[in-house]
Design a protein around this ligand. Structure first.
Ligand SMILES: *Cc1c(COP(=O)(O)O)cnc(C)c1O
Length: 394
């Protein structure tokens, strides 16, 4: 069992009395993460950034080892970056595309991914097509299989989308995509830190993730995983003197591993903070953490529908820790602001973030509550009670 009292004591943001239900947006870090970042910034101010980084050389290398441990990979397949979108685009802009090539994106795809895919298509003569969802809201595997041919070069999958509790059948879709030689890029922003991820079981070619959400890391952190063979063979769209080496007047050589997708300059303090966040989760026991998130989300999905006019909007058959809902006659933004006045933090996910899915469902916005394992049962009840008061069930 997880020691909730100890976990809560280790998180500064939980002593405020506010109920924090936005780990899908930007979570509350454990103290060790904040301390790691601040300590390093202080050290940079004392001895300069270069010497300060040199002092933490081994710890910086260990950040990749920790991430690799969490997702069942090896450190040489991890490229650190400053955001999930940076990592996603680093990969997507490096896939060679020719006129007539096809990029498939799913209905739940995140706006940044879709926009980048459209731009890539416009520049190369490729086309972007949309993979339909089935009646439950998951990717329709039969429809997907029927779309495939050898012109499909890149498939963008959402492990768990930003706007609700859906979890997609990634391994199955990936297996089908590989039958025609397409590359599969998985957006794991909303799954890393709250759902088990084993890259060899999922089989994906690349995976992008962010630090600040369920991993509880600092803002401005993210990473890209590349399947080992790709980490050694794929040419990134952009290079610098870290991703490649200038070995002759007209010659450069790419780094041997996934670091070919990194630039030299980075926020060292934030990176160390990301490492501290992943280590914190590993020490806690990821499986217990994931189970605790699922339990809290399940509780909300069971309890919220008791409120008049409330509809839980989560799609799919198995669910992530994101609980999305609307309440008849209430604007989601106003609900969020009212809840903030009651010291409850939730967010709103607008159609513009996941346009295909929200348009298909005719939903303009949903309220998003994302309880992490550190949320107490009492806080969940305070949230439901505050909402009940607002919608007239006191
Ligand atoms: C938040 C989010 C992103 C973007 O992550 P950044 O770190 O802000 O780039 C991408 N995809 C999904 C599903 C997200 O929820």
């Amino acid at each position: 069992m997880m020691d909730l009292t100890a976990i809560r004591a280790a998180t500064a943001g939980l002593s405020t009395g506010r109920v924090f239900l936005d780990s899908a947006g930007s979570s509350l870090p454990p103290r060790v993460v904040t301390d790691t970042v601040i300590d390093h910034l202080r050290r940079e101010a004392e001895i300069g950034g270069y010497r300060a980084a040199n002092e933490r050389f081994d710890d910086l290398a260990a950040v990749k080892t920790s991430i690799a441990t969490l997702i069942g990979a090896t450190p040489d397949t991890i490229a650190l970056s400053d955001s999930a979108t940076r990592s996603w685009t680093d990969f997507a802009y490096s896939v060679p595309l020719r006129p007539g090539d096809r990029i498939l994106i799913s209905e739940a795809d995140y706006a940044s991914n879709a926009i980048a895919a459209m731009q890539r298509a416009a520049h190369t003569g490729a086309v972007v097509e949309h993979i339909p969802s089935d009646a439950t809201g998951r990717i329709d595997t039969d429809a997907f299989a029927a779309m495939l041919d050898e012109r499909v070069r890149l498939v963008s999958l959402q492990h768990a989308p930003t706007n609700g509790g859906l979890v997609n059948p990634v391994a199955e879709i990936t297996r089908l995509a590989h039958e025609v030689g397409a590359l599969v890029l998985l957006d794991a922003c909303q799954s890393i830190g709250q759902l088990p991820i084993d890259v060899s079981a999922l089989g994906v070619d690349a995976l992008s993730a962010t630090g600040r959400k369920w991993l509880r890391g600092p803002r401005g952190t993210g990473f890209l995983y590349l399947r080992g063979e790709l980490a050694r063979s794929m040419e990134p769209a952009r290079l610098d003197l870290h991703s490649a080496q200038w070995v002759g007047p007209r010659e450069y050589r790419l780094a041997e591993d996934a670091s070919r997708f990194e630039f030299w300059e980075c926020d060292v303090a934030a990176r160390l903070g990301l490492g501290a966040a992943v280590d914190y989760l590993l020490a806690l026991g990821p499986d217990q953490a994931y189970a605790a998130v699922a339990e809290r989300a399940r509780y909300l999905r069971a309890t919220l529908p008791e409120l008049p006019g409330l509809t839980v909007r989560d799609l799919g058959t198995e669910h992530s820790g994101i609980v999305s809902f609307t309440i008849e006659g209430h604007d989601p933004v106003q609900l969020r602001d009212h809840l903030a006045e009651h010291d409850v933090t939730v967010t709103v996910s607008h159609a513009s973030s996941t346009l295909l899915d929200m348009t298909a469902r005719g939903v303009a916005a949903v309220v998003r509550a994302s309880p992490h394992y550190f949320i107490s049962p009492d806080e969940l009840d305070r949230f439901v009670a505050a909402l009940g008061e607002l919608v007239g069930r006191g």
